[in-house]
Design a protein around this ligand. Sequence first.
Ligand SMILES: [Ca+2]
Ligand SMILES: [Ca+2]
Length: 259
Amino acid sequence: MKISRFFRIVPLLLAGLFILFYSCEKEESTLDKDLQLLGSETKSNKKNKKADVCHNGRIINVSINALGAHQGHGDAIDLDGDGYFDIDNSCSETDCDDDDPNKNPGIEGSCDGEPGTAELLYGTWETTEIDINSYVGGQTLTDYLIEEVGLTQEEAEEQAELFEDSFIPEISGSLTINRDNTYDSAFAGGTDSGTWELSADEMTLTLFEGPDTIVITINSISESLWYATTSDDFLLVLYGVPVVPDVNVTVIANVVFAK
Ligand SMILES: [Ca+2]
Ligand SMILES: [Ca+2]
């Protein structure tokens, strides 16, 4: 992945050494594209004052004025237009809430009183805490700068902190997840928009902006707080020359969003 506007390449003056970190390619994620599109049918149904009825195993669209008669002889109806009928029937599973198209057996978690991850993601999130850590292999960047570059503990800590802190403004701001599978972000590093996908296990959100992708792990999410992690690798360059063999610096950002 390219980190795009989440992480911008940052030059770092390091104790007389000029170190540049370049984004390097990683394999693209292959994520489930199954996502829910909600609500549009409902609106048109209400406007036209018609609703679907499951009549002898067949779906018919009738005026809402005729619903009472159909219900009278045991037909199931779909008043919220989500494709799920209100009582036990042969056309669909039973709708748990026929007044709300966002609640039915097809939307995971929507019928047990707990909103699903996608439902929780919708809306505008503001970053409230950002913690950046960087690693070279199994070492922290600080340890690497001490052991491999020869800086003192104090110098290494200072430079690693400068490097890590440089990412914070880039990912401070807001991220809006829209129901039509688009997103808008407004970070200090720039505004952005594109599309999003949620993995089948609902633990990974991927943002697509043209050819760029940003993969965000959803550690936990509630109505008001979202704990997210994103990371990217950069190639270490010393004196303007890539270190040979390649040295990858992995930057991991733990972000708390609030809504
Ligand atoms: Ca329904
Ligand atoms: Ca429903």
